[in-house]
Design a protein around this ligand. Sequence first.
Ligand SMILES: Cc1cc2nc3c(=O)[nH]c(=O)nc-3n(C[C@H](O)[C@H](O)[C@H](O)COP(=O)(O)OP(=O)(O)OC[C@H]3O[C@@H](n4cnc5c(N)ncnc54)[C@H](O)[C@@H]3O)c2cc1C
Length: 379
Amino acid sequence: VTWGEHDLAENIVHMVLARTGDQLGTRGMSLFLVPKFLLGAAGTPEVRNGVSCLAIEHKLGIHASPTCVMQYDDAVGELIGNENEGLAAMFTMMNAARLSIGVQGVAVSERAYQQARAFARDRLQGHAPGAPAGERSPIIDHPDVRRMLLVIASSTMAQRLLLYSTAAERDRAAARDAAEAHQRRVDLVTPIAKSWCTDEGVRNASLALQVHGGMGYVEETGIAQRLRDVRIAPIYEGTNGIQAIDLAARKVSRDRGAAMNALVAEMRLTVDAIGSDDALAESVDALAAAISNLEQMTAIIVDANEVDTLAAATSYLELAGLVVGAWLLAAHAHRLRREHSTAADRAVALSRFFAGERLPEVAAFAARVRSGARHHATL
Ligand SMILES: Cc1cc2nc3c(=O)[nH]c(=O)nc-3n(C[C@H](O)[C@H](O)[C@H](O)COP(=O)(O)OP(=O)(O)OC[C@H]3O[C@@H](n4cnc5c(N)ncnc54)[C@H](O)[C@@H]3O)c2cc1C
């Protein structure tokens, strides 16, 4: 448990899932609030409750975050919500937490990008095409290094846009009349925001380390810490495998693709709106094809049997993440161009790069979705 024990606050409250009867499975769990100190007559923390930290875990990364092995021994807890409805109650917290973990993906990507770009400007090695004869070049001038930096930069921007737009949908769901439609969108994109951003975060941290060459693997540059720290993000708050199942088997299969197809329709409106913008013509063509692919794969998930759905879930989520990312990048670039923003050129460059370099991956993920469990073998 993250920060399960510390002395930074006068009391700590734990949200704990526990069984009150012998009903098995998730339906038998109830949610309890278990404080470290029970309150005395004056309402202040007084009596030590039976909850303690047995040990601090030794971990791959996030060493500034104590991960505690907790013991509950005759601890007193207060029931939150209804008995046996603990999992649903916990999801109020989990859904916000899933987005916070997605933010870890974008945060580490951004930091890794800044470090890698600074290193690439400084480090002289080899001779880049077009550089003056006899001079060593900063590695940022080598096309392959530029590619790596652009992968990180465009992915980071796409992640940021996805998280902002999800946060905005959450606000609309809380505040507006058409709350239900906004909530359906939040429910649909939350597993994508958590999984896609954290998987991209790991890939970006690894690429940023690669930009450093051998210096990336030694501790002096500090880039290795980014990779260690972000590696937990695809695991906690529900592994990315579980998020993918949430997307495919619950959010898409159960409503027969209605929420995803509403998103597809909205993306097509953007494609139409950008249609006449020459600077984005290439991005938009690739995007339109990718959106059709997402629509087709959604239909396949809706009709697939359980095993194929579960086997295809991660590929489906990766595909959806790429398409949504490309959509948001194109829409963002178009908006900045309309506003004559000084940031427009960079946004267009990132949108074009992402559409050209990353969207071709959609076809590979689509092939895997089609395969389902067909190629699975006994292990
Ligand atoms: C640093 C750190 C901090 C943490 N902090 C907290 C905290 O504050 N509070 C808290 O409650 N927990 C915390 N955790 C626990 C964390 O949430 C779990 O480790 C995580 O959700 C994965 O669960 P698990 O370890 O039981 O893995 P398992 O459920 O055993 O999963 C192992 C593998 O099997 C896969 N898998 C499991 N079930 C299925 C299935 N039905 N279908 C398909 N694949 C499946 C998973 O995707 C994974 O790849 C923390 C963990 C770490 C490492």
